[in-house]
Structure formats: structure tokens, C-alpha cells
Design a protein around this ligand. Structure first.
Ligand code: UDP
Length: 146
């Protein structure tokens, strides 16, 4: 009889972007992640670097919003978080809501807490990995020793 192996728990990288940290929303965002039942396995306030962001946002290089996005992500500290739980990758993206906070549904982080003060869609409070491959790649970038 072969021994059953326990599957590795699903995990995702969440970033509270500089607008979220600046506005004092880190605690509220972490609260929502924990309230949903996910476990926080790493939390660290970090200052991004251009090199780190070039890797993190490699898929967006060349798009018109890329340079302003990188500049915004360098404008202040970012809270990097690893969250774990069943279905956490799509689950966190559902908690986050649509990319544009002005259309994100009520009940979501971006829908409830996002502001439309003529800001760009880049200032949407959070990032969440979009696939298991992205999650592992991004966790290795933000937590190289984890
Ligand atoms: N973004 C932007 N302008 C756009 C589209 C995206 O500034 O027209 C920024 C925004 O901060 C977004 C990030 O680029 O969160 C990554 O874009 P993506 O399409 O992956 O959105 P997400 O997965 O974060 O909802």
C-alpha cells in the first residue's frame, strides 16, 4: 500500500501596495484575508527596488502603464504577505475585486476601500498572484529565503 501524500497547501503572494500602506489600510487588508480563513505565513514591510519590480512585473514590460506603475511601486514601502489556504489564489483575487477600484464590486478590498480621486488604476491597494506558477515565482522574488 502506498502512503498517501499530503498535497502542499496552496499559497499566494499578496502585496499591500504603497497607497494601502500610506493610507493605514494594511491591518484592514490583513484582517480580511484572515477573516476569510487564510493563514498568513510571512508578512514583511519592504522597500521594492527597480530590479525586483522589473522581475515582478516582467509580463507588463513595454505596456504604456509599466513605467508609471514601477514608479508608483517605488513611492513607499510595500507590505509583502504570503497567505495560505484552500483555493487562496483565486480566493484572494476575488477578495481584492476588479483591477479598477472605480468598478470593483462592493464587499471587495478595492470596491470598499479604493478611492477615485482622479488617481490612476495603478493605485488599487493590492496585488495577488494569478496562478500557482506566478505565486511560486513571486514568493521566491519577495521572500528569497522563505
Ligand atoms: N495597471 C495600471 N494600468 C492598467 C492596468 C494595470 O496601472 O491599465 C496596474 C495596476 O496596478 C494593476 C497592475 O498594473 O494592479 C497589474 O495589472 P493586472 O492586469 O495584472 O491587474 P491585477 O491582476 O493586479 O488586477
Amino acid at each position: 500500500m502506498t502512503e498517501a501524500t499530503t498535497p502542499a497547501p496552496e499559497r499566494t503572494l499578496v502585496l499591500v501596495k504603497p497607497d494601502g500602506v500610506r493610507r493605514g489600510l494594511s491591518g484592514e487588508i490583513l484582517r480580511r484575508i484572515e477573516a476569510k480563513g487564510y493563514t498568513l505565513t510571512a508578512v514583511e514591510l519592504k522597500n521594492a527596488t527597480p530590479e525586483l519590480l522589473a522581475q515582478h512585473y516582467a509580463e507588463h514590460e513595454g505596456k504604456p502603464f509599466y513605467a508609471p506603475l514601477v514608479e508608483f511601486m517605488l513611492s513607499g514601502p510595500v507590505l509583502a504577505v504570503v497567505a495560505e489556504g484552500q483555493g487562496v489564489i483565486p480566493g484572494f483575487r476575488s477578495l481584492a475585486g476588479a483591477t479598477d477600484p472605480t468598478v470593483a464590486a462592493p464587499g471587495t478590498i478595492r470596491g470598499d476601500l479604493g478611492r477615485d480621486w482622479g488617481l490612476k488604476v495603478q493605485q488599487n491597494l493590492v496585488h495577488g498572484s494569478d496562478s500557482p506558477e506566478s505565486a511560486e515565482r513571486e514568493i521566491a522574488l519577495w521572500f528569497p529565503t522563505f
